[in-house]
Design a protein around this ligand. Structure first.
Ligand SMILES: Cc1cc2nc3c(=O)[nH]c(=O)nc-3n(C[C@H](O)[C@H](O)[C@H](O)COP(=O)(O)OP(=O)(O)OC[C@H]3O[C@@H](n4cnc5c(N)ncnc54)[C@H](O)[C@@H]3O)c2cc1C
Length: 187
């Protein structure tokens, strides 16, 4: 965890929320070369309401990001069969091996979220827990120029003078990400 006082004075991107969506986004942006700050008002590894089910595309992404082994190693059971109930009728659908995925998983969020956050950090992102983004600062044209953050300990405004990335830069990262196969088109 990065303490608020140890953050850089500016970042290309500030991601709000260090759960599965925010942490995965931060990891991909950091791997694409952006300097990334993730702020999460909650605590690392805190539980949240979810059915926990990962569909094939989610499992595939974890495998591609090199994180599925850690999910398995933590004892997450594999799901080889799903059953859909329509009234009294039950339809069983086996999980067919495809795209390198031979089972589905339903990891606890207390496992999945910090795993992705750790991967984002390992990719170069700074992650600050118990820090809330209170407001965005804009220039006269409406462009974001900074973010007002508040830590769980002491309120403060940070990063002063940080700026959103120019659109050309954002497009470069987007193109970089789009060049990579996602696998979602076949799931
Ligand atoms: C009951 C339920 C069951 C679900 N089951 C499934 C399922 O089985 N499979 C599935 O794929 N999806 C499921 N979903 C959907 C899934 O939870 C969401 O699509 C997914 O969780 C979104 O990603 P997230 O957890 O990163 O976002 P969120 O859960 O929305 O987390 C956002 C984070 O941002 C933080 N945050 C918000 N505002 C600020 C701020 N201003 N400053 C700092 N931090 C902030 C919050 O503290 C929070 O931790 C379910 C949703 C619900 C409600």
């Amino acid at each position: 965890m990065t303490e608020i006082g140890a953050l850089k004075s500016s970042y290309d991107v500030v991601v709000v929320g260090a759960r599965c969506a925010g942490a995965a986004t931060a990891m991909l942006l950091a791997r694409a070369g952006a300097s990334v700050l993730v702020v999460e008002q909650g605590s690392r590894g805190a539980d949240t309401l979810s059915t926990l089910a990962l569909m094939r595309a989610g499992v595939l992404q974890l495998a591609r990001w090199g994180l599925l082994d850690a999910i398995r190693a933590a004892g997450t059971p594999r799901i080889d069969l799903t059953t859909f109930h329509y009234g009294d009728r039950a339809v069983e659908i086996p999980i067919k091996p495809r795209d390198g995925v031979d089972a589905l998983y339903a990891p606890r969020r207390t496992l999945l979220d910090p795993l992705l956050a750790d991967a984002a950090r390992a990719s170069g992102a700074d992650i600050a827990y118990r820090v809330r983004l209170n407001e965005l600062q804009h220039d006269g044209r409406g462009r974001v120029t900074g973010a007002a953050l508040e830590s769980g300990v002491a309120p403060g405004r940070f990063p002063r003078g940080s700026s959103s990335a120019p659109m050309a830069q954002i497009r470069r990262w987007r193109n970089e990400l789009e060049r990579r196969p996602t696998g979602s088109e076949r799931t």
